[in-house]
Design a binder for this molecule. Structure first.
Ligand code: NCD
Ligand code: ZN
Ligand code: ZN
Length: 345
C-alpha cells in the first residue's frame, strides 16, 4: 500500500502551552489533527471554567483561519468546586478533568496530594458524565521511577474506580504492560491513551551511549517488553486504546541543560511516524481506529467527517529538526529510523 486515506485524526493528549510557545507550535498540530484534548498544566494552571474558556480563546487566536477544535480540560486541585466542573462541562467549555498527583510531572505542584479530598468532585463527575484523565504515577520518594505507574494502578487508580464505578477514566500516556493488562481486565468505563514516542523508544534509547534529553519524558520510557505491549495494544483494534501524543514542547535551553525538563515534541511528525510503526507491524489497517475512531467514540464525540491522506515515498522523508518559536527553538522528535510516509492532503 502506498497511499492511505483515513478519517482525520484527533490527539487525545496535547500540550499547547501559552504565549509565544503556543503561537509557534499550535500550527504543527492543527495541520494534521481536527481536534485535541488540551492539557491544563499552564503556569498558573487552568483550574476554573472561566480560565478554560479564556485559554480556548487564546488558542483560537493562535490559529487564525483554522478549523481545529481544542477540547479543553480543567486541572483538578484539592479546592476544585464540583459545581464549577459540572457547569463548565454542561456549557460545552470542557471535555474532561485532569488529575496530576502533586509533583508527578511538569507543572504539577498544584495537583492532588490527598485523593480523598477530591472524592466529591469525582462523585459529581460520575453523575454528570465528565471523564477523568489521569497522569498515573505515584510520587513517593521511595518508589523507583520505573515502577511508579504500576504502583499507581494498585494504590490509587483501582481504589478510585472501586469507590466511583460510574466514573469514566482515561489512563493517559500508558507506558507499561501492567497498564495495558489493567485496561484489558476492566472493560467498563476505562480507556488509555498511548503516545507516539512510547511506541518507538525504550529506556535503552534514552540512556545507552549517553543521555538523550529529547527522549526524556514522564512517565519515563520503560523496558523493551513494555514498549512491545504498547505496540500490541495500539495495533490490536481494541477500542479502549487510542492516540494521545503527549506532545510536550520545551525550548532547547530547557532540555539541553543540567536539569532537563520532561517532554517529547511529536506534533510535527506523529502521523508519518505512526504509519511507519503500524506498517512495520503489518497493521496499517488499524491506524484509523487508533488515531481517529476509538478516542472519539470513548469521549462520545462524533467521528470527524474530513480525511487525511498519507503517501509512501521512495526516499526517506525529511522533517524539520526544530520548530522556531518566539520562546526559542523546539527540537522535533527524531525516531532513529527512516520514515517513508508523508502527509499529502
Ligand atoms: N509528558 C511530559 O514529560 N511532560 C508533560 C507533562 C505530562 O504530560 O506529564 C509537560 O507538560 O511537559
Ligand atoms: Zn503526564
Ligand atoms: Zn502530557
Amino acid at each position: 500500500m502506498t497511499r492511505l486515506t483515513l478519517t482525520r485524526p484527533d490527539d487525545f493528549h496535547l500540550h499547547l502551552r501559552d504565549g509565544a510557545m503556543l503561537a509557534g507550535i499550535a500550527p504543527e498540530t492543527a495541520r494534521d489533527f481536527a481536534r485535541a484534548i488540551i492539557m491544563p498544566n499552564l503556569v498558573p494552571p487552568v483550574v476554573t471554567g472561566a480560565q478554560a474558556a479564556a485559554y480556548r480563546e487564546r488558542i483560537a487566536a493562535a490559529l487564525p483561519g483554522s478549523d481545529f477544535t481544542p477540547l479543553m480540560t480543567l486541572y483538578l486541585t484539592e479546592t476544585t468546586d464540583p459545581a464549577d466542573v459540572v457547569a463548565a462541562h454542561k456549557a460545552g467549555i470542557i471535555a474532561a478533568v485532569k488529575l496530576y498527583p502533586a509533583g508527578a510531572t511538569t507543572n504539577s505542584a498544584s495537583g492532588v496530594r490527598d485523593f480523598d479530598k477530591v472524592r466529591p468532585v469525582f462523585d459529581a463527575m460520575a453523575e454528570a458524565g465528565v471523564p477523568l484523565c489521569l497522569h498515573g504515577e505515584v510520587t513517593d520518594a521511595e518508589i523507583d521511577i520505573f515502577d511508579r505507574e504500576a504502583v499507581f494502578i494498585d494504590r490509587v487508580l483501582d481504589p478510585i474506580r472501586r469507590a466511583n464505578p460510574g466514573l469514566r477514566v482515561i489512563m493517559e500516556h500508558v507506558t507499561t504492560k501492567d497498564a495495558v493488562e489493567y485496561v484489558r481486565a476492566n472493560p467498563k468505563g476505562l480507556g488509555a491513551t498511548i503516545t507516539t514516542h512510547h511506541l518507538i523508544i525504550n529506556r535503552n534509547n534514552l540512556l545507552v551511549g549517553g543521555m538523550r534529553p529529547h527522549y526524556f519524558c514522564l512517565p519515563v520510557a520503560k523496558r523493551e517488553l513494555h514498549r512491545q505491549a504498547l505496540v500490541e495494544a495500539a495495533i490490536s483494534g481494541d477500542a479502549r486504546f487510542f492516540l494521545g501524543t503527549d506532545s510536550a514542547p520545551h525550548s532547547d535551553d530547557r532540555k539541553e541543560c543540567e536539569c532537563c525538563a520532561a517532554g517529547c515534541f511529536t506534533a510535527t511528525n506523529t502521523m508519518p511516524l505512526l504509519a511507519q510503526v503500524f506498517e512495520r507491524e503489518g497493521a496499517l489497517d488499524k491506524l484509523e481506529g487508533f488515531t481517529a475512531h476509538h478516542g472519539a467514540d470513548f469521549y462520545g464525540l462524533p467521528r470527524n467527517a474530513t480525511t487525511i491522506t498519507l503517501e509512501k515515498q521512495a526516499e526517506p522523508v525529511r522533517f524539520p529538526a526544530k520548530i522556531q518559536t518566539g520562546a526559542g527553538p523546539v527540537t522535533v522528535f527524531e525516531p532513529g529510523f527512516d520514515v517513508h510516509w508523508k502527509v499529502v492532503g
